[in-house]
Design a protein around this ligand. Structure first.
Ligand code: SF4
Length: 483
């Protein structure tokens, strides 16, 4: 997948002018309601979220030990665990494996980390055909588009466009706008690929350290096909997907399903501990579990940044974000969009490539308030801003423009001298009272125009808060004296 995070502002502007996307995004509040309704099926939703946050916080704190334990137990069950330092190593292993086994094509279940490392491109470049089998992923693969949403990659694609691309790719013979017909056509096409399948690739929703089990949740059943039809199964996960115990996994699963799709539990939950045993009918003969680092160990050393590794990819923060629900997923320019994209993309790609993304926030805190695992996105955005002001090299921060740096140095100098601040405030007040003229001035194209062309300074109240407070205090004192 091409990385286009540097084009955020431009792409966001284009998305705002796209009337179809706007109508679609306006309807997203229904999804938020479904999520809320399903969270209310917990006897105590707040306690359920708190438990989710503490499970994920503890997991992240013990990540190295848990991963080693997972490797030991998964290996004992007969799986082979592969550690991939970066995208290249992960892709190289999977491509080599396919080549060694003479694989002509693979089928794939939905996996965000495979989008992150560009696995499809690596396979295709090496002559191995890839068929995405999740319906949304199947559609965007045909259209050659990035995911619009981390849970529903094609939720924004109109049925007319799906019909056109299905006709073009000969998935259907006659045009139809019936979603059920289109779904059946995709199913028929993919069933054919599952027949005689040699190698299937899936993601992993949760990996359980104490048992070496990998868990997938889904609603289409395609992941089960990917896992049970072929001789070779490759399951790929980013390293934070592990939890300590099966009990923790069950709670994470309950949160994940409710926050992803508003269900108490997905239609299919698959737990695999090792490949097929000799007396079992279904399942792969060889199971490879690829654990992808891809830069996570670098920021793991930073206690604040590692909070991002709590994420379970439920997508709840996207639907609650006033920025995502105006522009959709494409402007974020990579695999992850919305608030979690604003947190993960800078950490994985570097702050220098994603400055516009983590600044595109109102800091309203909606994302934090819905996150079932307690990620404090706004404080991470502010943290990134503080890092790039300091040009911190581990995060590949780019220096801010000298004008901005000079302005804030000057500002800090003034606000740390209280008498000077009060004096300037008094001098500025008569000027600021002429807010009509100031607003007209601020709308003239120039450095302040980006912010002010759609915002006016409000009319100032007659007295400042401090003046009112002093007045109030003296009033209270006077009344007390009268008594
Ligand atoms: S950051 Fe929280 S709300 Fe957003 S996708 Fe991750 S777990 Fe879900």
């Amino acid at each position: 997948m091409q990385i286009k995070t540097g084009q955020f502002a431009e792409a966001a502007k284009a998305a705002l002018n796209d009337s179809y996307t706007r109508i679609f995004l306006d309807g997203m509040h229904k999804k938020v309601k479904e999520r809320l309704r399903s969270m209310e099926t917990f006897p105590d939703p707040a306690a359920a979220r708190e438990l989710g946050a503490s499970i994920r916080a503890e997991t992240v704190a013990e990540l190295p030990e848990l991963l080693e334990k997972f490797e030991k137990n998964a290996t004992a069950q007969g799986a082979r665990v592969i550690w991939a330092r970066d995208a290249e190593q992960a892709n190289q292993f999977i491509v080599e494996l396919a080549r060694e086994n003479g694989i002509a094509y693979v089928t794939k279940g939905k996996s965000m980390v495979s989008e992150e490392i560009g696995l499809n491109d690596a396979l295709v470049e090496n002559g191995i055909n890839v068929f995405e089998t999740d319906l949304g992923e199947f559609i965007i693969q045909l259209l050659d588009r990035p995911p619009f949403h981390i849970v529903g990659p094609a939720i924004n694609i109109p049925v007319e466009e799906i019909c056109d691309i299905f006709l073009e790719k000969k998935i259907i013979e006659k045009p139809t706008l019936d979603p059920v017909e289109l779904g059946y056509a995709a199913r028929r096409f993919l069933r054919d690929k599952f027949q005689g399948l040699e190698m299937g690739i899936t993601g992993i929703n949760i990996a359980v350290a104490e048992t070496g089990t990998i868990i997938n949740v889904e609603n289409e059943g395609n992941i089960r096909f990917n896992k049970s039809s072929p001789k070779i199964q490759v399951s790929i996960m980013s390293l934070e997907k592990v939890v300590a115990t099966m009990k923790d996994a069950v709670h994470v699963m309950r949160l994940l399903c409710r926050n992803c799709t508003g269900q108490k539990l997905s239609a299919y939950v698959t737990l695999d501990s090792g490949p097929k045993a000799p007396d079992e009918i279904d399942g792969p003969e060889q199971l490879y579990i690829v654990i992808v680092d891809n830069g996570r160990s670098d920021f793991y050393a930073d206690p604040k940044a590692r909070e991002a590794l709590r994420c379970i990819r439920c997508g709840a923060c996207l639907g609650s974000c006033p920025v995502y629900t105006k522009i959709g997923g494409y402007p974020y320019g990579w695999a992850y969009s919305g608030p979690i994209g604003q947190v993960l993309n800078p950490l994985l790609l570097g702050l220098d490539k994603t400055g516009e993304i983590y600044r595109a926030s109102t800091l309203c805190g909606n994302c934090k308030s819905v996150c079932p695992v307690g990620i404090d996105h706004p404080s991470l955005f502010l943290y990134f801003r503080s890092i790039d002001a300091e040009k911190d090299p581990p995060f590949r921060a780019a220096a801010r423009p000298w004008q901005e740096a000079a302005f804030f140095t000057f500002w800090a100098w003034i606000v740390s001298r209280i008498s000077l601040w009060h004096l300037l405030r008094k001098l500025a007040r008569p000027l600021l009272n002429r807010y009509d003229q100031i607003n007209r001035f601020l709308k003239i194209p120039g450095p302040l125009n980006k912010w002010h062309r759609t915002r006016d300074l409000p009319q100032l109240p007659e007295k400042t808060f401090r003046e009112r407070w002093t007045h109030l205090n003296s009033e209270v004192g006077r009344r007390k004296g009268e008594k």
